[in-house]
Ligand binder design. Structure first.
Ligand SMILES: Nc1ncnc2c1ncn2[C@@H]1O[C@H](COP(=O)(O)OP(=O)(O)OP(=O)(O)O)[C@@H](O)[C@H]1O
Ligand SMILES: Nc1ccn([C@H]2C[C@H](O)[C@@H](COP(=O)(O)O)O2)c(=O)n1
Length: 222
């Protein structure tokens, strides 16, 4: 397998993976893979085409042909900017449903591995350490309580101008955890060799500092 280094950051929704991934990658000068964004774009495309979240064969074909690009901080689907549209809880929930299908995961696997480019990659998702980059020299499993994650998501969505309801968000996050953790294919769980970090009472800076310290210990990014 490739020797290009990868740091995997897996964990449940709202644990801070995306934020920490971006900051760690910036500090190291590495690339970023937001694998959840790819699942979300597929979910949006499927919704728009009226494909049911259970239509595995159609979703696998769509996964293999998906015209998704990440350009200058924008997420493009067939050239259209869908960065805002994919961030709703409804698309997140649809993404979580289709992500339980083996055909969908297979259809997206190589696309994710192609992000492994010099000088290195920080990969954010649910199965980065357990399936996609099993040989990563540093694997982090980032978590936080469901209430704290819902609170963070509430503030984030409100700030982005979405109308939100905190108790509904807690329920939504719990339902998504349940689906992501209990699915048969690539369930959300720490890799055996992952470092588990609970960020419930940590600031973003503290989490980033800890990840960078673990990277330094392994001689990464120096
Ligand atoms: N340690 C932290 N303390 C406080 N707020 C945080 C912390 N980590 C992340 N946040 C905030 O929580 C929100 C969710 O974080 P982020 O989007 O990075 O989570 P995520 O795990 O990538 O979620 P998802 O998997 O659903 O995309 C953001 O607004 C972020 O600024
Ligand atoms: N590697 C991944 C990334 C994402 N998913 C699924 C599960 C999530 O509920 C959904 C949206 O991801 P998010 O943007 O919230 O990180 O996509 C997955 O199964 N595997």
């Amino acid at each position: 397998m490739s020797q290009i280094p990868v740091i995997t950051i897996d964990g449940p929704s709202g644990s801070g993976k995306g934020t920490v991934t971006g900051l760690v990658a910036r500090q190291l000068g590495w690339h970023v893979l937001d694998s959840g964004a790819i699942y979300r774009v597929l979910a949006l495309a499927a919704e728009q085409s009226g494909i049911a979240p259970t239509s595995e064969a159609a979703l696998r074909t769509m996964a293999l042909q998906l015209q998704v690009e990440f350009v200058d901080g924008k997420t493009l689907l067939g050239g259209a900017d869908v960065g805002r549209a994919i961030r709703t809880e409804s698309v997140g929930s649809y993404a979580s449903q289709i992500a339980s299908l083996e055909g969908v995961r297979e259809g997206l696997l190589q696309r994710q591995r192609d992000f492994r480019q010099e000088p290195g990659l920080v990969a954010d998702g649910r199965d980065m350490g357990t399936v996609v980059f099993t040989d990563a020299p540093l694997k982090i499993f980032l978590t936080a309580s469901a209430e704290e994650r819902a609170r963070r998501r509430y503030l984030q969505l409100k700030e982005a101008g979405h109308s939100v309801n905190l108790p509904a968000l807690v329920e939504e996050i719990r339902a998504r955890d349940e689906r992501d953790t209990n699915r048969e294919v690539a369930p959300l769980k720490p890799a055996d060799d992952a470092i588990v970090l609970d960020s419930t009472t940590l600031t973003i800076e503290q989490v980033v500092e800890r990840v960078l310290a673990e990277a330094t210990t392994r001689g990464l990014g120096s």
